[in-house]
Design a protein around this ligand. Structure first.
Ligand code: ZN
Ligand code: ZN
Length: 216
C-alpha cells in the first residue's frame, strides 16, 4: 500500500500500488487525489551484503572497509573489472560484474523519473507477479524489462491526459505532470529501451569473445 496525504484536507490515505497514477477519492473530504508513485514511508529495500569476493573467479579480495560510494576495481587474481555498488537492491552483494552494474544503472534511471517504475517496491511487485505466473523466479533482466514496459504505459497514459480536461465524479482535475513534458518523457523511455538492447547485445558479444579466448 502507498500512504500519502490528501492534498485538499491532509487526511492520510492508503491506496494499493496498482492505483499509482490513478485518481482516488479522499475518504474525509471526498475530493480526488492522484495516487503518487512513492508513498511517504516507502521502504527503499535491503542493503547489499559486504562480501569482498571477485564475482568472476570468486577469489577473496584484499581486506578493506565497507565502501560508501560506488567505484570500479580490478581483481588481483583474474584482473577482470569489479563493479562495487554499495547502494542497490537488485543483487544480494555489492561486488558485481559489468553486466549486473548495467542493470543497476537502468533501474536507477527508472526510479529517477517521477513517472518511472523503478523503486524497490515496484521491483518486488513485478518479480512476484512474474513468479506467480510462471512458478519460477525470473532473472533480473526480465524484471527490469517488464518495469520499462510499465513505465512506457505510464508515459502514454500521461500523454493522453496532458491534452485533456479531466472530470472525475463531476469535478475538474488537473493532470499530474510534475512540470515535465510527457512527449519528451516518452522519447526518453524509448531511448532507454534502445540502450538496454544495445547493452545486452554488447554483453552477449563480450561473453562469446571470452569463451573463444578461453577455448582457442
Ligand atoms: Zn481530503
Ligand atoms: Zn577475479
Amino acid at each position: 500500500m502507498i500512504r500519502y496525504a490528501c492534498r485538499h484536507c491532509a487526511e492520510v490515505l492508503e491506496s494499493p500500488h496498482s492505483m499509482v497514477w490513478h485518481l482516488e477519492e479522499c475518504c474525509a473530504c471526498h475530493k480526488p487525489n492522484w495516487v503518487p508513485k512513492v508513498g511517504e514511508d516507502e521502504p527503499t529495500g535491503p542493503e547489499p551484503a559486504f562480501e569482498p569476493i571477485c564475482p568472476h573467479c570468486h577469489a577473496a579480495l584484499p581486506e578493506q572497509a565497507r565502501p560508501a560510494r560506488k567505484y570500479v576495481d580490478e581483481c588481483t587474481q583474474c584482473h577482470r573489472e569489479i563493479y562495487v555498488e554499495p547502494q542497490q537492491f537488485l543483487y544480494p552483494t555489492m561486488f558485481l560484474t559489468e553486466e549486473q552494474a548495467g542493470y543497476i544503472n537502468f533501474i536507477d534511471q527508472l526510479n529517477y523519473w517521477p513517472f518511472g517504475r523503478g523503486s524497490w517496491q515496484d521491483y518486488e511487485d513485478m518479480k512476484a507477479h512474474i513468479t506467480a505466473k510462471r512458478g519460477a523466479e525470473p532473472p533480473v533482466r526480465e524484471v527490469v524489462a517488464a518495469l520499462i514496459e510499465l513505465t512506457m504505459t505510464a508515459c502514454q497514459a500521461r500523454e493522453k491526459q496532458a491534452g485533456q480536461k479531466l472530470i472525475y465524479k463531476g469535478r475538474d482535475v488537473e493532470p499530474l505532470l510534475n512540470g515535465s513534458d510527457p512527449k519528451h518523457d516518452r522519447e526518453e523511455v524509448l531511448n532507454l529501451t534502445a540502450e538496454v538492447k544495445k547493452f545486452e547485445k554488447d554483453m552477449r558479444d563480450a561473453a562469446k569473445l571470452n569463451r573463444s579466448v578461453a577455448q582457442p
